[in-house]
Design a protein around this ligand. Structure first.
Ligand SMILES: Cc1ncc(COP(=O)(O)O)c(C=O)c1O
Length: 380
């Protein structure tokens, strides 16, 4: 067995990308430790400012996680008991947990097979007098097709909150993903492309008033808005997380170049019909590959084949959320066939800034050959 084959290829490497910033992190950690300013200090405020500027929005508010970001943003958007929020079933459960925690109902609309994001053509049929907001998710770092969704929201006077937990750096037709909804929410969970060393999140706000109110709520201040009383909460991004994230933000472009290179290696060997066809997105859209996915009818056999070669892969979201116990609180709007198929067929390959390009070549070759054999077998 060759040396390369013996060493397992992990899906993530959380440590190697920390090495270029390790010394600065250790120096700043000591400064924070000795300052006594552990919560809501300059690191948090500067990170909020820098990230809001990158997205071109009025302000951003650091919070305790991507889940908390969703909860607070949806609350600010007027999602209240008895209202409905239209979203995708092909996402992580945090997307709907936030809606349910607000005693509102997630309503599932099917996805598009090409990018696995919510299918805008199915949204209008899901709207009822109770609908308050649309909650698209930019799944795996590929943007949902936002222009038609924004038009629907405007036409029906609905709020738009966007779950961009997996999509820092993603552009939709040249526009940063954090700028597309009234509020957009991000996660700094350690496996995300822009990670902390613990939990953290950010809410991007187009309106300063939203940011000001969320800042109050995250720090235990109760608020009256339109005769509704909102309970304060503890949801703060601490200084250590904010400091680490600031250092990683400074290296984000470089790391993204390496992820792009890995994705290009995969793209070269994997047929367009089995993956996200980035070649078709030549309109200023930028995908950041939180995950690189392939679609294959024999998904489990492909996973097994890669596993036998020492390559770790991921299965998402199988089954999709309309099979989750939380479905009790949700509603299906029409068939969710494309989400079912994606749950059965999607496999994600290792992609991160520290993945050696030779390893990516080896994985691409294995996957490409497997898919070709599948096709030959289907043709027989
Ligand atoms: C799509 C999506 N939404 C929300 C979240 C929640 O973020 P967090 O883990 O920071 O609470 C995640 C995190 O994995 C996610 O992938």
């Amino acid at each position: 067995m060759s040396e390369q084959k013996k060493q397992r290829v992990a899906r993530y490497d959380l440590v190697t990308p920390m090495l270029p910033v390790k010394d600065q992190i250790m120096t700043d950690f000591e400064q924070i430790l000795m300052s006594g300013q552990y919560i809501l200090g300059d690191h948090c405020r500067n990170l909020e400012r820098d990230m809001a500027d990158e997205c071109g929005v009025a302000d951003a508010v650091g919070v305790a996680s991507g889940s908390e970001a969703l909860y607070l943003a949806l609350a600010m958007a007027g999602v209240r008991p008895g209202t409905e929020v239209i979203t995708t079933p092909y996402t992580f459960e945090a997307t709907i947990e936030a809606v349910i925690m607000l005693h509102a109902r997630p309503v599932f609309v099917d996805i598009r097979p090409g990018d696995l994001n919510i299918d805008h053509e199915k949204i209008e049929a899901a709207i009822t007098p109770r609908t308050r907001a649309i909650l698209p998710v930019h799944i795996f770092g590929a943007p949902a097709d936002m222009d038609p969704i924004l038009d629907i929201a405007e036409k029906h006077d609905l709020q738009m909150v966007v779950d961009m937990a997996q999509a820092w750096g993603t552009l939709y037709k040249g526009r940063p993903c954090g700028s597309l909804g009234r509020m957009s929410t991000l996660s700094f969970y350690p496996t995300k492309n822009l990670p902390g060393i613990g939990d953290g999140g950010m809410i991007f706000c187009r309106e300063q008033a939203d940011a000001d109110r969320i800042r109050q709520l995250r720090g235990h201040k109760a608020l009256w808005i339109n005769k509704n009383l909102y309970c304060g909460w503890n949801s703060r991004l601490d200084e250590v997380q904010a400091m680490v994230i600031r250092h990683r933000l400074a290296h984000f472009a470089e790391e993204q170049r390496d992820r792009d290179r890995v994705a290009a290696i995969y793209d070269a060997r994997i047929p367009k019909r089995n993956r996200l066809a980035v070649e078709d997105l030549d309109d200023g859209t930028k995908v950041t590959y939180h995950q690189y996915w392939v679609r294959c009818k024999a998904r489990d056999r492909l996973q097994h084949r890669l596993d036998s070669e020492g390559i770790d892969t991921g299965v998402y979201y199988d089954p999709p959320l309309h099979h989750h116990p939380l479905m009790e609180y949700c509603r299906e709007a029409g068939e969710l066939e494309m989400a079912e198929v994606a749950g059965r067929e999607v496999l994600t390959l290792p992609i991160h800034a520290a993945l050696p390009f030779e390893t990516a070549e080896r994985i691409a070759t294995l996957v490409g050959e497997f898919l070709l054999r599948q096709e030959d077998a289907a043709a027989d």
